[in-house]
Write a protein that binds this ligand. Structure first.
Ligand code: SF4
Length: 163
């Protein structure tokens, strides 16, 4: 089974979350923060935006293929390693399928900020290492233990972890 872009992000956010998600426990669609994120994605760039599904692996928010740029919109307050890992995986997937892209831009509309992740052989290696780690985490018999951290208060799994 191919990992999803979300799973690449979760690997860097919380490995317990990654495990729960892969094993079918998915409260996030009912969670306000996620819905706000979807809404931001829909409203902030409505003129340019055209989602592009990547099979079961994820969805590009939109892309400018002639320029070799893909785009992702996030509601998060601060850019995180997970966001970069997710778009790196999309760049890797596209390259593997012969679609030449040179960078991914991650938009944080609430902060009026954009981060850029550039495609490179080193990035490809890092994606492949992440894929290996995802496979190791999701093959565990039980999820990694819940350890409270700052992001837990905003995580859709909080009740699952700390009820
Ligand atoms: S609530 Fe915290 S420990 Fe539980 S999945 Fe979310 S981030 Fe991980």
């Amino acid at each position: 089974m191919e990992p999803t872009g979300k799973e690449f992000a979760y690997l860097h956010v919380c490995q317990r979350k990654l495990w729960l998600f892969r094993h079918g426990i998915r409260p996030e669609l009912e969670y306000g923060n996620v819905q706000i994120g979807m809404l931001l994605g829909e409203k902030s760039f409505s003129r340019e935006k055209k989602e592009i599904p990547l099979g079961e692996c994820g969805v590009l928010d939109w892309a400018d293929f002639p320029d070799g740029v893909i785009h992702e919109t996030k509601k998060g307050k601060s850019p995180g390693r997970g966001d970069a890992a997710q778009v790196a995986y999309y760049l890797w997937l596209l390259d593997r399928h012969g679609v030449r892209v040179r960078e991914a831009r991650i938009h944080y509309p609430a902060q009026r900020k954009t981060d850029t992740v550039f495609w490179s052989p080193e990035l490809a290696e890092s994606v492949e290492k992440d894929a290996q780690m995802i496979a190791e985490v999701v093959s565990l018999e039980v999820p990694p233990a819940a350890e409270r951290k700052n992001i837990c208060a905003r995580c859709a799994y909080e009740e699952v972890c700390f009820a």
